[in-house]
Write a protein that binds this ligand. Sequence first.
Ligand code: DC
Length: 214
Amino acid sequence: MEPDRLIVTIDGPGASGKSSTARRVARALGIPYVSSGMLYRAAAWVAIQEGIDWTDEDAVLAALARHRVELVPSMEGDRVYVDGEEVTARLHTSQVDRVVSPLARHPRVRAWVNRRLREIPPPFVVDGRDMGRAVFPEAPFKFFLWADPRVRAERRARERGEDLARVEAELRDRDRRDRAQTEPAPDAVVLDTSRLPLDEVVARVVGVVRARDP
Ligand code: DC
């Protein structure tokens, strides 16, 4: 396949393992990894910095128009710059977690993110909620990772050293809020990762890509 057509989309709900999978698939294929969630997080960070009401879509868009947000993809993980200053390390706080989900429901904020994603030259692996269905319907390789909410909560609680019951409640809550934009593309390969170790998920994704694009 021509490198400029190679796009692998990996979608799924929170803590389904999509970012770990996407990062490792990108490394195995030797192409960059693009995290669409980082752009939503950057938009949330801008809204927080500006002290605006993030339920007000016009105010969010006006705030975004006042700043230059750049996503620099890489195999190791993306870097995000706002007005030339790197903010990557500040995007995974619980404050950003709280703001990002309601903010990501604004259609024009989604359009803002999607425009930035479409400017990135292939090849790349991209993860998110709606990459295969809404943003890159032409991508030749689409995957949707699913896992039982309890299993996802166990993974996340272990990762962050947090209380399982609280993590599970938050995850179910975020699932509910993200549901509208978390749909597999009709032609996506759906993998239930509840009982599959990460190595196996990565091997299956890479296997599908290499079978058609050796
Ligand atoms: O993947 P993540 O946890 O970094 O994503 C952060 C938030 O952004 C998540 O709560 C939902 C939203 N998001 C989205 O709506 N669509 C995407 N393609 C990616 C993320």
